[in-house]
Design a protein around this ligand. Structure first.
Ligand code: GLU
Length: 465
């Protein structure tokens, strides 16, 4: 049996972090077993689905690198198929027309509630042997209901939660097509899972209550029942259900906030799944390890600190050329061009050890490419007359100095000695002059990377005021 999994988002918002984890696990499971990963867009809720949300999902999946093998399939493009299956079920007797009006349903519900019963459709239009149905009322567009089994239980061995059972009496004959003929949610999911040959349904546990209905439908269609793995929800840092209140819940927001996709993926992989104590691993390793047995049944709690730690780790590991391309585009948004400046990869190499995210990295390298004007406060504190005299002397030293960190460091030291100052009394004003900041990585490395001309230009400008 070839494994076939799917990720089936409803395009009613962004791809959020919970959806991304579902996608990751479905993707990894298919990859692990040499199977097929399918993307299916469940867009039948026309009032809430938007093209922008579809695009956001595709963008998020692409950014994460979770490539699908088939699809994207759109449910709205499969209406004919759903209608065909409904017609087949009506003909086979596993579904029937129901003409109960809204008023009648309201009365039924009120009566059931008065008797302290769970509100459910009472099957009044369900064909049964020996039962005589009334004549269909004129002018009423009937819904189509599924003939749910009346007794027994429906159960499955959930790959995450263990055995789950529902009594059929708890499930009424739910509607599979509305009065206007449009199919309903559970029905479309089932037809799609059958047609797409899905073997493993991995999804959020908000769908546990749908599963018994879906299994009964599968039985009625004489289709194989896939394995189900229902993932527990993700809680925010504060232990509350993850929601917009927690800020960056959209995957693309993480991109904007300067996270690398491999950090987010590594983080999500550990959110409810484990492989011993392993915390840091790439997606090849994850795919090789991933199984459904090690998914925890309890809710996973988001830990931003850990995500940040992983992000810093991956920033330290990343290809400099890739970081440079990313940082250049972040600076371009701020109208800062990097092409004419010092070599961006070398500047990044100086700063990446201390960057928690790509925006911080962009902030850190920004002064290398933009006109620097130290604040009045910094000027007053650090660009004192004696410091400026030292910087002027340093400028002379630089003129004849080979542009190498060792020699440049030597020049700063020598200048400090000649001026009767301590090394920081020259190095800090130098940083303020060059970068507008009192701190930086090793000053000799900063000088080397910034380059002779830019250093000369910045020092002259500062000393001219
Ligand atoms: N469209 C559903 C959702 O976004 C998922 C359905 C499923 O995975 O079966 O929650």
């Amino acid at each position: 049996m070839k494994v076939r999994t799917r990720f089936a988002p409803s395009p009613t918002g962004f791809l959020h972090i919970g959806g991304a984890r579902t996608a990751l696990f479905s993707w990894a499971y298919a990859r692990r077993h040499g199977g097929v990963f399918i993307l299916r867009v469940e867009d039948t809720d026309v009032a809430r689905s938007t093209p922008a949300a579809v695009q956001a999902i595709l963008d998020g999946m692409q950014w994460l690198g979770l490539a699908h093998d088939e699809g994207p399939f759109y449910q709205m493009q499969r209406m004919e198929r759903y209608k065909e299956v409904i017609a087949g079920m009506l003909a086979a007797g596993s579904a029937y027309y129901c003409y109960t009006s809204k008023d009648e349903l309201d009365q039924l519900r009120a009566a059931q509630e008065a008797r302290k019963e769970k509100p459910r459709y009472d099957g009044r239009w369900r064909p049964e042997s020996g039962k005589i149905l009334p004549a269909p009322p004129a002018g009423v567009a009937p819904v189509v209901r599924f003939c749910n089994p009346v007794d027994g239980v429906v159960s499955w061995d959930d790959q995450v939660k263990g055995r789950i059972e529902f009594a059929n009496v708890e499930l009424d004959d739910f509607i599979i097509a509305r009065g206007d003929g449009t199919p309903t949610y559970n029905f479309c999911v089932v037809v799609d899972d059958v047609d797409m040959g899905i073997t493993h349904v991995i999804r959020g546990d908000d769908h546990v209550n749908n599963t018994p209905r879906q299994i009964n439908l599968l039985h009625a269609l004489q289709a194989p029942v896939p394995h189900y793995a229902h993932l527990s929800m993700i809680l925010g840092d504060d232990g509350q259900k993850l929601s917009k209140r927690h800020g960056a819940v959209s995957v693309m927001q993480y991109h904007e906030d300067g996270y690398l996709p491999e950090a987010v993926l590594n983080y999500l992989a550990r959110l409810g799944w484990s492989h011993g104590d392993d915390e840091v691993f790439d997606m090849n390793q994850f795919v090789a390890w991933f199984d459904l047995n090690h998914i925890t049944a309890s809710a996973a709690q988001f830990n931003t600190e850990k995500l940040n730690w992983l992000n810093a780790h991956y920033i330290r590991q990343a290809d400099l050329s890739r970081l440079a391309a990313d940082v250049a585009s972040r600076l371009a948004v701020r109208d800062v061009a990097t092409v004419a400046g010092p070599d961006l990869e070398r500047v990044i190499a100086l700063y990446r050890e201390r960057a928690g995210n790509l925006n911080e990295l962009a902030d850190a390298v920004h002064p290398f490419y933009a006109m620097v004007t130290p604040s009045a406060e910094l000027r007053e504190q650090h660009l004192t007359p004696s410091a400026c005299a030292a910087l002027a002397a340093l400028q002379d030293h630089f003129a004849g100095c080979p542009w190498q960190a060792a020699e440049l460091g030597q020049a700063v030291k020598q200048t400090a000695a000649e001026q009767g100052l301590k090394m920081p009394q020259v190095a800090i004003p130098l940083r303020v002059a060059l970068l507008g900041l009192p701190q930086s990585p090793a000053i000799d490395a900063v000088l080397e990377v910034m380059g002779r001309e830019r250093v000369a230009e910045r020092l002259s400008r500062i000393l001219a005021v």
